[in-house]
Write a protein that binds this ligand. Structure first.
Ligand code: 3HC
Length: 311
């Protein structure tokens, strides 16, 4: 049974109003947002690792500069999102501590390795492509700071996707060896990209409540379908084969029928047993520890200048 406040809140949501940090909100709404925005921020920060792996080995100076700009953008996306989460009364340090303790998640996709340069193309094309599919609707999410962060992020994400597709065009249209690398990258990133949209709707524990609060605008399966429908023609344009022999156009649903990812693999990766989970978390923990002296120095300086001002 809803309280008076909860009913009034739900009416605001149903009217499409934006909820701001100082507005009354149910505790569950706050908790869901901290969970989703915090994990979204962690995804941006951890997502820099697979890409960063190729900055020193990019094939040309131009590709190096583009990749540097993209990785820097992801750091910025993480900061916008941690700021949005902080408006809900949680600190960035707490969120990062929970990540390092394995108590918060980041997107499963980043637990897969980037083995060749073509993988950097596939990451931009497929991973950022899926991220855009998921983030464009989130621009209309009911929580003000999150929706505003999404508007900014979506603009930058489009560049990420374009530069990835440009790499794929170069590789797929290049020598037979380059074409083979592009096909190998698609083979390895296809199903993990489908997993980015979350479990199937029947397995999704949060969707119903998140959709009623307009935190989630579309279901996981809806966005996954949209992603497949948009991406298959792009693979055909590249002359690449999607690694799914069940894939075929279904006229009456006006979309592709396709094989679901291996959900047991998905839940294994979520449990920490993916190819790179340990490597990613170790890298984040090391970066955090190596950076402690900088944070301590900045805090000491800030305290000193505060004392000077108040003395
Ligand atoms: N990786 C890791 N965990 C996942 C996941 C994935 N791909 N998909 C679902 N999960 C987790 C959920 O977090 C939840 O676990 P929790 O209760 O511990 O948080 C559980 O699996 C059940 O899934 P639900 O569908 O019930 O959960 P949600 O309603 O939260 O839906 C979601 C999952 C669609 C990822 C949603 O949280 C969401 O839209 N998040 C914001 C977008 C986001 O995080 N995108 C990450 C993409 S990477 C990125 O943006 C970086 C870009 O630069 C490439």
């Amino acid at each position: 049974e809803m309280s008076e406040e909860e009913r009034a809140f739900q009416e605001r949501i149903d009217r499409g109003e934006k909820i701001e940090p100082t507005d009354w909100m149910p505790e569950g709404y706050r908790k869901t947002l901290i969970r989703q925005i915090g994990q979204h921020a962690h995804s941006e920060i951890v997502g820099q690792l697979p890409e960063g792996n190729w900055i020193t080995r990019a094939p040309t100076l131009e590709r190096k500069v583009i990749l540097l700009a993209k990785v820097q953008d992801e750091a910025g996306h993480g900061l916008y999102l941690y700021c949005a989460a902080e408006t809900l009364g949680v600190s960035r340090d707490e969120l990062i501590e929970l990540l390092h303790a394995g108590k918060m998640k980041y997107s499963s996709i980043f637990n897969y390795p980037t083995l060749t340069w073509a993988d950097i193309g596939a990451v931009g094309w497929l991973v950022d492509g899926a991220a855009i599919m998921n983030q464009v609707p989130l621009q209309r999410t009911s929580f003000g700071p999150y929706s505003r962060a999404m508007v900014r992020i979506c603009k930058e994400e489009s560049f990420h996707q374009r530069q990835g597709f440009d790499i794929m065009m170069k590789m797929a249209g290049g020598t037979p060896e380059q074409h083979r690398m592009a096909q190998d990258a698609l083979n390895r990133f296809w199903y993990p990209s489908l997993m980015m949209f979350g479990p199937s709707d029947k397995e999704s524990v949060h969707s119903a409540q998140s959709m009623s609060w307009k935190i989630k605008i579309n279901t996981n399966d809806e966005l996954r379908q949209k992603f497949v429908d948009q991406t298959v023609p792009q693979a055909e344009y590249l002359g690449l084969t999607v690694p799914d022999d069940q894939l075929k156009w279904n006229q009456e649903k006006n979309g592709y029928d396709f094989s679901e990812p291996d959900w047991s693999e998905f839940f294994e990766v979520l449990k920490g047993n993916g190819p790179c989970n340990k490597e990613r978390l170790d890298a984040r923990i090391k970066a955090w520890e190596d950076g402690a002296w900088v944070r301590d120095g900045l805090m000491a300086h800030a305290d000193k200048s505060t004392v000077a001002r108040t003395a």
